[in-house]
Design a protein around this ligand. Sequence first.
Ligand code: CP3
Length: 335
Amino acid sequence: MGLIKECIEDKKTDINPIWIMRQAGRYLPEFRRIRKQHPDFIRLCLNKKIVPEITLQPLKRFNFDAAIIFSDILMLPYALGQEVKFTKGLGPLLGKLNFKRIKKIKKADFIEKLKPVYKSIKVVSNDKILKKKDLFGFIGAPWTVFLYMKNRKSPKEFKKNNYIFHNKNERELFRTIIDFLKIHIKEQVNNGASIIQIFDSWAGLLNNEKNKDDLLYKPTKELVKFTKRLGVPVVCFPRGIKDYKTYCKKINPDAINIDYQVDPKKILKQIHIPVQGGLDPKILFGDKYQIKKEAIKYLEIFRDHPYIFNLGHGILPKTKVESVKYLVNLVKDFK
Ligand code: CP3
């Protein structure tokens, strides 16, 4: 069993496990070289030869305790037939929604479209570098996936509103997303993902109780239950929410990833399940002294609590490789 699973299941480890969100890609020069030769991001995610290589790149450099499959939460809209493009500087751009076509998608066609992802998971899970380490599969939470599909780009300027479904089509789409996310989780697990992480990057936009019940708590809980029944642990990352205590109570994940805006001391008092993450990714732009000070803060606070070291959001593209190396060694040497 890997250190991360041990931390989640046995609620203890002598050394803190560590991995980093978005560890594959972005800041690694060996990734950028590959990316230059493959301008179409979706096609790159479907490349069975290269995806295992990119996924394992960070583990070749650093003593991480897990790999995360190189893919994207937007592979779901892609597999549902919505066009997804990544344009430099603009982030993802999605094509027009065709509700009628989405309604007709069959399970077998969906799986067929994502088959290369599942094959890559299989290859990575069998690599000897992952012996005693975990492989994260992942999905975007229903709300975040729905928002990208509807908004067709990152919802940066999306008003913090009390979202309501505007019509029957939207309501049905939300249900369809949940159903296909289950299929996506199951295929990842069947092919060797040993933990599932649910990224709810826009959970913080939901700000009334009815909305939270319908769009955050109920659908996420359904997926957490589903994943647990498959026999693998599930980690949730509801970025930007204010009340992690209620979230954990309602959803009951195996571990919770906290974002960098929450006070870890408050979380320690409120939450009784293993915690992952927290460190502000910008700290890695600082010098060794600053990195050490902030990292030790988290390690000290969670000294007697099952804690998986990670960041409070994805690693930033300009992060230096040496800073990551320094951080990993620091976490591993912490006594
Ligand atoms: O963690 C990993 O290294 C595994 C791969 C992974 C990617 N995206 C690869 C990727 C994971 C786990 C994700 C999750 C993801 N994707 C989220 C949730 C986490 C979060 O950051 O909130 C979201 C919201 C997305 C959607 C997405 N994909 C956006 C907004 C962008 C563009 C901006 C960006 O983050 O770089 C992407 C593209 C993307 N996904 C890249 C990578 C390596 C960059 C592609 C490029 O090189 O242009």
